[in-house]
Ligand binder design. Structure first.
Ligand SMILES: Cc1cc2nc3c(=O)[nH]c(=O)nc-3n(C[C@H](O)[C@H](O)[C@H](O)COP(=O)(O)OP(=O)(O)OC[C@H]3O[C@@H](n4cnc5c(N)ncnc54)[C@H](O)[C@@H]3O)c2cc1C
Length: 580
């Protein structure tokens, strides 16, 4: 039986004492909360929006060592990131997959002096990285992963072999290097799976999205933002995991207003492009390249589209951000640098997204040089507050583990459970290789009498839980969400019942890939919101207001305007009538 919001509130009222409260339900807060809960502590996670809706919804979706960080001399960070990458490939293979990555190279020696200077002083803006520097970086990658060797070593290709594999790359190239990293298909789903696993395994743990904390003299007030209900709670320790909002949260919650300034954000934006030529030109690889200004950009095949990004611009304030016109131009110009003869039409940009990286405060002139490392600072008080600063998606487990260990020590507890080898959600019992995965898809297809692509969709989204969800769908009437959709109405119903959903955006942007892949249309928004409204008993005015609010946010923050939503429905109708 899934944990319901009403149960959680009843429990908070019945027993308001917690060992620790974690504020901020991005991936780092979720990770620390999970670590503490697994050690048997009574821990509350409070997120004021949806889980993984801040920066954790905006990564480039690479689970990576960070080749670039070697240039900054951050060897420990790269070593840790590679270990975490490999752990995620083992623990969440349904969502994290190997990503062959190719670096186009125009020079042999360039960047050596700059790279060396970077190792020594961490000061300069990187110059064009030549073959020798890249070879050195990839050799480190291979050495750091030698003992585990989960993916192939790097290889170099000469000009002829490079153009044989990627004929549309910039003709100025001289070589290419290919190595392996990983990508995550649905980061927000992985965050949610960590939560649902923890609620299942740790009876004393509680998690709330759409809730806010405020401090009174003696206690902490938790407010439900969906209905303004309030409850007073106490905690022996608090963890501030509010990412780019960390300083702001300290100001609000600490008795002295929290004077320290820990975080300085940089904004990054991405485009999702539906262009079959570009997708084919990638030949299944990520292209990891350097733009003319020395910044690293990436593009890779993403759920039948191409993900392209990102920018790295200083921002003064955390908050919702969007891909502005100049960023869009910058990213498209960078694409022409790599694939000069591929043109992207405006209507092929099906979605954009942006986020603010919660980086440690720094005066570094070149934002790419600011460390992506992480650390935790304790602010003494009653209760003490542990502030999580920096980090990347890839390292969430290690960062959570280290922060939790500080809390455990402060509370006089010791660690009982390790998480390095703990399977996540549908990663538990997921088929070990491609052949076994195909057999599993065949089995599900036959058992539930669904087409093979439907069984594959379920495995790719829910891992080993696909069987349970297909069983749910088979138990009642089911139909595609709209003609041609990979999702069905019963599947959305299962998400509504089991995945702590409060708004259409939770489903359309974070529990599914409907928005990011450009599969969202006016009709899809309406169908999903109506289903949610029915499940939650919303009156018609609230349902209409939710639709209006969601469409406005989609336009404002993701550049998907009402005309595009209508055009997608019209295209769907045309496809149906030509097929019929
Ligand atoms: C453009 C870009 C590209 C990136 N690419 C990658 C990549 O490819 N690989 C990688 O490993 N990493 C990448 N990262 C970094 C990674 O996404 C972040 O390091 C990570 O998501 C930060 O998670 P977090 O939990 O610390 O912050 P967030 O996800 O921002 O979580 C903080 C949460 O706190 C909540 N909150 C704020 N104030 C309060 C309050 N008062 N009460 C309750 N809740 C509150 C917010 O709503 C938010 O959900 C990228 C980041 C960006 C921006």
């Amino acid at each position: 039986m899934p944990e319901t919001r009403a149960n959680t509130w009843a429990d908070l009222a019945a027993d308001p004492t917690f060992d620790a409260i974690v504020i901020g339900g991005g991936i780092n807060g979720i990770s620390t909360w999970r670590e503490l809960a697994l050690q048997g502590l009574r821990v509350l996670l409070v997120e004021r929006s949806d889980f993984c809706s801040g920066c954790s919804a905006a990564p480039s979706r690479m689970i990576h060592g960070g080749l670039r960080y070697l240039e900054n001399g951050e060897f420990d960070l790269v070593r840790e990131s590679l270990a975490e990458r490999d752990a995620l490939l083992r623990n969440a293979p349904h969502l994290v997959r190997p990503l062959p990555t190719t670096v186009p190279i125009t020079q042999v020696f360039s960047g050596i002096f700059n790279g060396a200077l970077g190792f020594l002083t961490k000061r300069s803006r990187p110059a064009n990285r030549g073959a020798v520097v890249i070879k050195l970086g990839l050799a480190f990658y291979d050495i750091f992963t030698a003992k585990r060797r989960q993916m192939p070593r790097h290889t170099f290709r000469g000009r002829a072999a490079t153009f044989a594999a990627w004929p549309r790359l910039n003709p100025k190239l001289k070589f290419s290097a290919t190595y392996y990293d990983a990508w995550i298909s649905h980061p927000e789903r992985l965050g949610l799976e960590l939560i649902t696993d923890t609620l299942r395994d740790c009876p004393a743990a509680r998690a709330l999205n759409y809730a806010e904390l405020s401090r009174t003299d003696e206690t902490i007030l938790v407010r439900d933002l969906t209905n303004q209900a309030e409850v007073h709670v106490t905690a022996r320790a608090m963890v501030n995991a509010t990412g780019a909002w960390l300083d702001e949260t300290n100001r609000d919650l600490l008795p002295n207003g929290g004077n320290a300034r820990f975080v300085g954000g940089t904004k990054g934006s991405h485009l999702i492009i539906d262009n079959p030529d570009l997708l084919a030109a990638l030949n299944g690889h990520m292209i990891y390249f350097e733009n003319v200004d020395g910044r690293v950009c990436i593009l890779f095949p993403y759920l039948g589209r191409v993900l392209l990004g990102s920018t790295d611009l200083r921002v003064d304030q955390a908050g919702p951000v969007r891909c502005e016109d100049d960023e869009l131009d910058y990213i498209l110009t960078s694409l022409r640098h790599v694939f000069p003869d591929i043109r992207v039409a405006p209507d092929q940009i099906v979605y954009t997204y942006s986020g603010v990286r919660p980086l440690p405060r720094s005066d570094e002139g070149f934002t790419g040089r600011i460390s992506r490392g992480h650390f935790t600072r304790r602010i003494d008080g009653t209760p003490p507050v542990f502030c999580m600063i920096g980090g990347k998606w890839t390292t969430f487990r290690a960062f959570g583990e280290q922060s939790a260990d500080m809390v455990l020590e402060a509370l006089g507890h010791s660690r009982k459970v390790a998480t390095l080898d703990r399977a996540i959600g549908g990663g538990q019992g997921f088929p070990a290789d491609q052949a076994a995965l195909q057999r599993q898809a065949d089995t599900l297809s036959r058992r539930f009498n669904v087409p093979l692509p439907r069984a594959e969709h379920m495995l790719q989204h829910y891992g080993s839980r696909a069987e349970e969800i297909l069983g749910h769908c088979a138990a009642g009437p089911d139909a595609p969400l709209c003609p041609g959709s990979a999702y069905t109405t019963s599947e959305i119903g299962w998400i509504i019942d089991n995945e702590m959903v409060q708004s259409p955006a939770d489903i359309l942007q974070r529990r599914t890939d409907l928005a990011i892949t450009g599969a969202i249309s006016a009709r899809v928004i309406e169908a999903v919101t109506n289903q949610l409204a029915q499940a939650r008993g919303w009156p018609a005015e609230k349902t209409a207001a939710e639709i209006t609010r969601f469409r406005a946010a989609l336009h404002r923050f993701h550049r998907v305007d009402p005309a595009t939503l209508a055009a997608r429905d019209a295209r769907c109708d045309t496809d149906q009538s030509t097929q019929g």
